[in-house]
Design a protein around this ligand. Structure first.
Ligand code: BEZ
Length: 390
């Protein structure tokens, strides 16, 4: 009799625990880990991404999939050697449901390895490292931005079509710069030009003088440069201060002039770049987004803000399908995979490798705008070389 009472008591306790856990699951907040650079040359990019992400969540009343959001933040300093420790702070210490990050390609590759090993859902709101939607592609890894190849390839095509036969490239020596330059070479070759010299310096060094002297001596038809954030400001200013902008057109992926024009001022005027966002797009969603962003942050959004906003949109699509139940991973992933994202850049879908298939625009710097000039390449998909999605 006593034994039967004990069994009954244990069953009641277990039942109560189950109900409490289920209740907690239904009511608890979704834990979002933001791993972004908040210091260093890419600090402004990290802030714009976070602003964009939060703006979309605010539009849904501070929720995703019907559940409130709690944020956990780590400054990754764009430092690959600290990336594993940093992402583990979010996964192991803060027990996040999703990681959103980051900007720097070297950092993201280390993050993607940890995300794969721990099966953590990772949404990349900038870093274009080809490996993460190439050989490292996985069901739990998504990107809301671009692959380094995409804008590079488009700019190569445009440069060749504009008659650039001999081009010098210049970039920081790391995955993003290398891959951007490779994409550029592919596009340039297809339109009849070639790269005659590759110049590099370590990230995030900004001592450009010796390299500018080299460019002046080489006298190419054009220069293709990959820099972003604070480094892009300094490079474009130094290029103009050396007088090179008067004789040798400076091309680049749009990171060279996005979010930087106020600081670059006259030195950037007339520059042509290619990117998946531009000022003056005839996209209804963009008009709303810009008004809302301006109201919330008293600033004009740039491409990084758009990518943060769209990272939240992608997650929202997945979480809505499972009503916020993150444990239903395969349904969540399936919904993200088939979502059409109503982006300020123009709507896009994801490739099988989870990278946006998107128009790449040609833009021209006019005043403080990267003004839309036309579509450089329509619906460009990254080749996703080496991706074997299981
Ligand atoms: C990257 O490291 O992938 C990157 C950083 C800034 C702008 C674009 C790409």
């Amino acid at each position: 009799m006593k034994q039967r009472r004990n069994v009954l008591a244990a069953t009641l306790v277990a039942g109560a625990l189950f109900i409490t856990a289920a209740g907690a699951q239904a009511q608890s907040k979704i834990r979002i880990g933001l791993m972004l650079p908040y210091t260093g040359t890419y600090a402004a990019l990290g802030t714009a991404i976070e602003n964009g992400f939060r703006l979309y969540v605010q539009e849904l009343g501070g929720t995703l999939g019907g559940r409130e959001i709690e944020y956990f933040k780590v400054d990754d300093e764009s430092e690959p050697s600290k990336a594993v420790d940093n992402i583990n702070k979010l996964i192991k210490r803060d027990n996040v449901d999703v990681v959103v990050g980051t900007v720097h390609s070297g950092v993201v590759m280390a993050m993607a390895k940890v995300a794969k090993d721990t099966n953590t859902l990772l949404v990349i709101p900038n870093a274009g490292a080809e490996a993460v939607t190439g050989p490292m592609c996985a069901p739990n890894i998504f990107r809301s931005s671009f692959s380094n190849w995409q804008p590079g390839f488009a700019m190569g095509k445009v440069a060749g079509e504009r008659g650039a036969k001999k081009v010098v490239t210049i970039t920081w020596k790391y995955a993003a710069g290398d891959e951007s330059v490779e994409g550029f070479k592919e596009g340039l070759k297809a339109s009849g030009g070639e790269v005659v010299k590759d110049l590099t310096l370590p990230f995030p060094n900004v001592e450009f003088q010796a390299l500018l002297t080299d460019i002046a001596a080489t006298k190419p038809d054009a220069v293709y440069a990959f820099f972003a954030g604070g480094g892009a400001v300094k490079f474009v200013k130094d290029y103009a201060a050396a007088g090179l902008n008067k004789t040798i057109p400076l091309y680049g992926p749009g990171f060279l002039t996005d979010g930087t024009l106020e600081a670059q001022g006259a030195s950037a005027q007339g520059m042509l770049t290619t990117l998946h966002y531009a000022d003056g797009l005839d996209v209804a969603k963009d008009k709303l987004f810009r008004a809302d962003y301006n109201k919330a942050y008293k600033a004009t959004p740039d491409v990084y803000a758009v990518q943060g906003y769209d990272a939240a949109q992608m997650l929202a699509a997945g979480l809505a399908a499972v009503k916020g139940d993150v444990s239903k991973r395969s349904e969540l992933v399936a919904a993200m995979e088939k979502a059409r994202i109503d982006s300020p850049r123009g709507s896009f879908t994801l490739s099988k490798a989870h990278n946006p298939v998107q128009d790449i625009y040609l833009r021209k710097v006019v005043g403080s705008e990267n003004r839309f000039e036309g579509v450089a390449v329509k619906e460009l998909a990254d080749p996703a070389r080496g991706c074997n999605m299981k």
